[in-house]
Write a protein that binds this ligand. Structure first.
Ligand code: ATP
Ligand code: MG
Length: 300
């Protein structure tokens, strides 16, 4: 853990987020490649958020969670996280690169299984991620998917703290987090991650955020209405019964009816296919060349 900032050279930008820019860096002496995420601690609330993220990264140790190899203070008072580099980007960038065309069911099953294993680990450590979405699920060329970005995660202590305060994206937030009275008083905080996973899997199949028409950039109120009162979109007829059922189990508005991670790991959509087959389908997806966006004419 005794790294210094000057031991690393920046190679390129990997992504931008609320928290700051993420760079690909190389260790000058070992040549090892990492991702470096700098967190700016400019106010007390932010400082608390950062210490929570660092705390969680330090205590997680799972192949399904992006590893943190060091926490380096910068001269300007910021903090740089040295993270395992995920060389195939996020599921969000993967979806954009393939023109947001539908991901196949076997590939989604493989993906869902890996994320469920990650969530199962986190939940066993009393950690609720609270920001599961395509941009926070990172992929490497070995076909592994890992959960990243603990910027708004919570460690549950004693009572189930109903996690009311929130900063960040709300598109993937579950109904009970907007309105605990209607969708589960004293709700199970872990169920929120299942909702977000269901929405993520569905988005990868539909090619757009499921609760709104494609291309819409909604305000907060529109989003909240869509999440709490909106119907789930009609799934294409070609979708299998297992897929349909899996999505419905995840996207129960009433959090007490939603399946748990442990139950979903045994769901036929995830458990039905031979594991090697769904993993292969996911690996093929990563190695596919980028396709043109939907609706664009291609000259042959
Ligand atoms: P947001 O608020 O948008 O969720 P954030 O500031 O919390 O973002 P991250 O989600 O951790 O930051 O990272 C932002 C982006 O940087 C990711 O979507 C991904 O594209 C890239 N990224 C982050 N960590 C890594 C990593 N370990 N390896 C490769 N790319 C990464
Ligand atoms: Mg993020």
């Amino acid at each position: 853990d005794d790294h210094q900032l000057s031991d690393f050279e920046k190679i390129k930008v990997l992504g931008h987020g609320n928290g700051g820019t993420v760079y690909q860096v190389r260790h000058r002496y070992t040549g090892a490649i990492y991702a470096m995420k700098t967190l700016t601690a400019d106010d007390p609330v932010r400082r608390q958020q950062i210490s929570r993220e660092v705390d969680i990264l330090r205590r997680t140790d799972s192949p399904a969670v992006v590893r943190c190899h060091g926490v380096i203070p910068t001269p300007s008072g910021d903090i740089a996280l040295l993270l395992e580099h995920m060389d195939a980007g996020s599921l969000d960038s993967l979806l954009s690169a393939r023109g947001r065309s539908a991901v196949s069911e076997p590939a989604l099953a493989g993906m869902a299984r890996q994320v469920l294993l990650g969530l199962s680990y986190l939940h066993s450590q009393q950690i609720v991620h609270r920001d599961i979405k395509p941009g926070n699920l990172l992929v490497n060329s070995a076909g592994e998917i890992k959960i990243a970005d603990f910027g708004v995660s919570r460690i549950m202590r004693r009572s189930l703290d109903p996690c009311v305060s929130y900063v960040g994206t709300c598109a993937y937030m579950s109904p009970e987090r907007f309105d605990p009275d209607s969708y589960g008083v004293n709700y199970d905080a872990y169920a929120a991650d299942v909702w977000s996973l269901g929405l993520t899997v569905l988005e990868l199949h539909l090619g757009h955020f499921p609760l709104l028409p494609p291309g819409q950039r909604p305000d907060w109120a529109t989003l909240m209405c869509a999440i709490c009162f909106g119907e789930l979109p009609e799934l294409p007829e070609t979708v299998s019964g297992d897929f349909r059922d899996f999505i419905e189990r995840c996207l129960q508005k009433d959090s007490s009816k939603r399946w748990s991670v442990a139950q979903l790991l045994l769901h036929p959509f995830v458990d039905g296919l031979e594991q090697s087959e769904s993993d292969r389908a996911f690996c093929e997806l990563i190695s596919e060349p980028p396709s043109p966006p939907r609706g664009m004419l291609v000259e042959l």
